[in-house]
Design a protein around this ligand. Structure first.
Ligand code: PLP
Length: 230
């Protein structure tokens, strides 16, 4: 087995165990492989080992990989901060966007989503830790934003996403993820997705209801940011 295949087996085992511990069906938890800064070859290897969903943060890097991997049937998720001048290509080249945190970006994505493609799946990114510097809308802004996004014809609002302040304190991890679940439930929009949990905290996220865990390091190893461009 390749290292990536071994890592996938380990992450899957962690997901299954965490699901069992909270009496959840592990097949309801999607493994989103975060391939940012990693070469197309790593994505190809992960696909051979059974993964289909890949998450990218940097548009130009993602477009290059998509071209190299056009022979594969992959599902691409955009998970990074979105500038207005990037929305057209994101709308054209991705299946999901997890990082929408303001209406202007949502409107542009809807307008620019090509008519021949199905509506773009959207998660709204929420800042549950209250840090001023982080991306994500606030809990106060969320209801109006969610309501408005449901009205956009070429988007399909699926749920919420968060990147909590990193912490090793399991109690804090649970609290942040439980908060996202409550926010989702309080919206009462029938949203099926919670995108939460990364390499170091996927267990807490699954216990609190994650439907996507976004895993980079545990699958592909540590990242080297030297080559990255937006
Ligand atoms: C990089 C990244 C991840 C993956 O993080 P790891 O700790 O490497 O698993 C998940 N989500 C987002 C939004 C990211 O930018």
């Amino acid at each position: 087995m390749s290292t990536i295949a071994e890592n996938i087996a380990k992450v899957r085992a962690r997901i299954r165990e965490a699901a069992q511990a909270s009496q959840r069906d592990w097949t309801a938890i999607g493994l989103l492989a975060v391939s940012k800064t990693k070469p197309a070859k790593a994505v190809r290897e992960a696909h051979v080992a059974g993964l289909r969903d890949f998450g990218e943060n940097y548009l130009q890097e993602a477009l290059g990989k998509q071209q190299e991997l056009a022979d594969l049937d992959l599902i691409w998720h955009f998970i990074g901060p979105i500038q207005s001048n990037k929305t057209k290509q994101i709308a054209e080249h991705f299946d999901w966007v997890h990082s929408v945190d303001r209406l202007k970006i949502a409107q542009r994505l809807s307008e620019q989503r090509p008519a021949h493609l199905p509506p773009l799946n959207i998660c709204l990114q929420v800042n549950v830790s209250g840090e001023a510097s982080k991306s994500g809308c606030t809990a106060d802004e969320l209801p109006a934003l969610a309501q408005a996004v449901t009205q956009l014809p070429q988007l399909r609002l699926r749920g919420l996403m968060t990147i909590p302040e990193p912490t090793d304190d399991a109690h804090e991890q649970h609290r942040a993820f439980a908060r996202l679940r409550e926010l989702r439930d309080n919206l009462n929009l029938g949203l099926d997705s919670l995108s939460m949990g990364m390499s170091h905290d996927l267990e807490a996220a699954i216990a609190e209801g994650a439907t996507w865990v976004r895993i980079g390091t545990a699958l592909f190893g540590a990242r080297d940011y030297g080559q990255t461009q937006n």
